[in-house]
Design a protein around this ligand. Sequence first.
Ligand code: FAD
Length: 443
Amino acid sequence: MRPVTPRSVAVIGAGAGGLVAARELLREGHKVVVFEREDKVGGTWVYNPVIESDPLGIDPSRKVVHSSLYASLRTNLPREVMGFREYPFVATNKTQRDPRRFPGHREVLEYLNDYVSEFGLNELVRFGTEVSHVGLVENGKWKVSSRIREDRVDEIYDAVVVCNGHYTEPRIAEIPGIDVWPGKQIHSHNYRVPEPFRDQVVILIGSSASAKDISRDISVVAKEVHIACRSIKDGTLGKLPGHDNMWLCSMIESVHEDGTVVFQDGTAVCADVILHCTGYKYHFPFLDTGGIVAVDDNRVGPLYKHIFPPFLSPCLSFVGLPFKVVPFPLLEFQSKWIAGVLSGRLALPSPEEMLEDVEAFYLRLEASGVPKRYTHNIVDYQFEYNDWLAAECGCPPVEEWRKEMFSETAKNILGGRPETYRDEWDDHHLVLQAHEDFGKYLS
Ligand code: FAD
């Protein structure tokens, strides 16, 4: 189908989100430029052994390293669930590839490189080009200023799609007494390998997938690893079964000049390092909307369906804000919708109606006691969200096998196999269904 109105679109970032946005915009007939400050596509999936000058990642003058990957990282989703719907993430028999269902991070980067080659996206990307400012000009268009080394370029675009990722700007735990505590602090953004923690007593804060991986990684060389979590099930505090140097602890109450860390249950240890696995903040240092879109306590808003600011739509949009999701298929649905809306093939409600929808959403969150900072945590309704987008775009909903495989994996992680779920599973029947389905997209 021919687009109603092809537009010139600036896509910021060439991670998974920017790449799928570029593909969908191109398919719809738009003219696309992808700005990427690094010299490779892949964003998060480009492992960088370098760590930032400030290991906590909060010094604004530090040279930012984009990716938060650690060397040992394997995906926490099976490849069948993780991949784009229209470009399945299947094992290939090319040399140097990782055929495992939960492959290492290099395999994901290779997959994204294959995606770029398959759809001819490389020529759309301006590498080494950082977007420094995006601001509204007349007629609803946007001025995009970018830097290649010392040169600054200003250009006008009909629309901007923001795909800059949200796992780079660390969020740090507030700890009473931290200013006088003599130990080292680091955020997981700057964790790469366990060696620096050899023979150390480490306090790791957090309970995310990365926190679990990193604590196990470190426990092989560290003297002791104490994992401090906010929410702990009754009776689970204490030594972790199967490990002789790992403990689950309550949250940190305070830290002291003599190196002691005191936990909320009154226990204490003398520690060398505090490792914050405490997540990330949304950060759009280049975006100037005159206050129409703001980040408030990690809520980016107001945004209709986590994508369009009602009064700047459709010419400004955000891809990839929801978290605790299966990212790639979600990025794909969001991008299809944006591309169709921009061409005028798909319609949005009026700005007033969109704002009303957003406000009603915020009220529902508040009424259910969901803190503002979890606005984009859609773990409980990610597939309904994708199905809604699919319906808007006239696509089939999320595959049943994908939903079931996702919940089988979650059960495997939380249930019997938290440490071995990447290599042991029972959902072989779903793998067969997935591969039957992939036949539609694989030539
Ligand atoms: P990113 O991949 O972060 O890409 C953003 C891009 O924007 C980068 O290339 C960056 O250089 C560029 N950029 C930023 N600012 C500018 C600017 N001003 N100008 C120009 N370019 C700019 N997902 C899974 O599906 N499975 C997993 O197992 C998994 N594990 C993960 C483990 C970790 C430790 C982390 C941090 C994330 C993990 N994820 C996982 C989520 C992962 O982030 C997403 O899969 C996906 O990579 C997000 O893509 P993105 O394009 O939104 O962001």
